[in-house]
Ligand binder design. Sequence first.
Ligand code: HEC
Ligand SMILES: [Cu+2]
Length: 365
Amino acid sequence: MAQQARPKQGLGPGFWPVTLLLAVITAVCDYYVVITPITNFLPEAATPADQTDELFKFLTFFGVIVFVFTIGYLVYFAIAWRKKKSDSEDALGIQIHGNFQLELWWTILPTILVIAIGWISIKDWAGIFYAQGGQLAVEAIGYQFAWEFRYPGLTDPVQNELHLPLGVPTTIHISSRDVIHGFWTPEVRLKQDAVPGLVTTIHITPTRVGTYRIICSEYCGARHGYMVGKLIIEPKEQFTAFLDHEKYVQAHAPKGPGGLPPGVNLANGNASAGQALFAQKCSACHSLGAFTQRIVGPGLGKIFADPDHPKLVDGAAATPEDAAGIINSGFTGDLGTMPNAKTNGLSNDDIANLVVYLEGVSKGQ
Ligand code: HEC
Ligand SMILES: [Cu+2]
């Protein structure tokens, strides 16, 4: 028997009820898309995060419609027009060629949608890369494996902390000192490559006080996963105070490790405050065991009493004054890098408290 196509038979039994069902599923899903704020999952810390979220919602809204109807009809037609027992072995499906009405609409509607998406995207994109009127300009420079941030009026960069004032339009110049890194701030919905030899400029306006993540999103080497900085958005006064404090610290930083740093008064040290600080800021890298009981840095429990360790790692004598010097200035040696007081967020009083505490521990108090 010659192959015979089935005659046209309409859309199939139950087509309209199925269409109604798909419409209801779409409506319910899109209702939740519209009413659920994305900030339920991730806060918006700065513009353009709000615009990015709007665009995302727009895409999701239409994505739901396309997805539900496409998959819904696919499943429906596969069932409605499946091969019947009475069909011959070589039966053909219904042959349909061209439907002007359908083709017209499935060209026009997506075209309008794509133009709308393009228009919104370009508008948002231009806001990030071509905005004017930045009142503050900072630099974010990636290197293996941390970020450093440079601020107007400061001679030295600040490690791993990007402080920004709330509500102030800010320009960030992003670059890299070695390999390609990625400046990713999920709460600002921005991800920008940091490329050596290239400065990429973006514009944001912080809108929400808080501490957020700055993650390196470009695999840049063995310790890439540790390359996480902080984006600290604070009220203007606090930001100014931060800059003033940094200015002071940088102006008074001693020129090399070793020796009592100016401004640190060991006589005022408080051991129990030092104990709390140690638990919070040092214990990740230092145990209170002997020198050899290393975590990252050496054990500090007998720092002033260990006969195997008459000197500190920087070669200075193991005295409280020199320990204060190393805690203040940091040190990079064979064992790794001891972060300085700025990175550890220590004031002069904190340094005194820590040293007095470590002295007490060395004496077994
Ligand atoms: C990220 C890890 C890290 C943190 C956090 C850290 N240190 Fe260190 N520290 C080190 C390393 C590594 C060394 C050794 C450097 C070398 O010799 O290469 C060191 C060395 C020292 C030394 C000299 C030790 C010696 O025996 O000569 C002192 C004192 C010290 N750290 C105190 C502190 C204090 C106090 C804190 C907390 C405020 C602290 N460190 C936080 C890693 C760290
Ligand atoms: Cu990196």
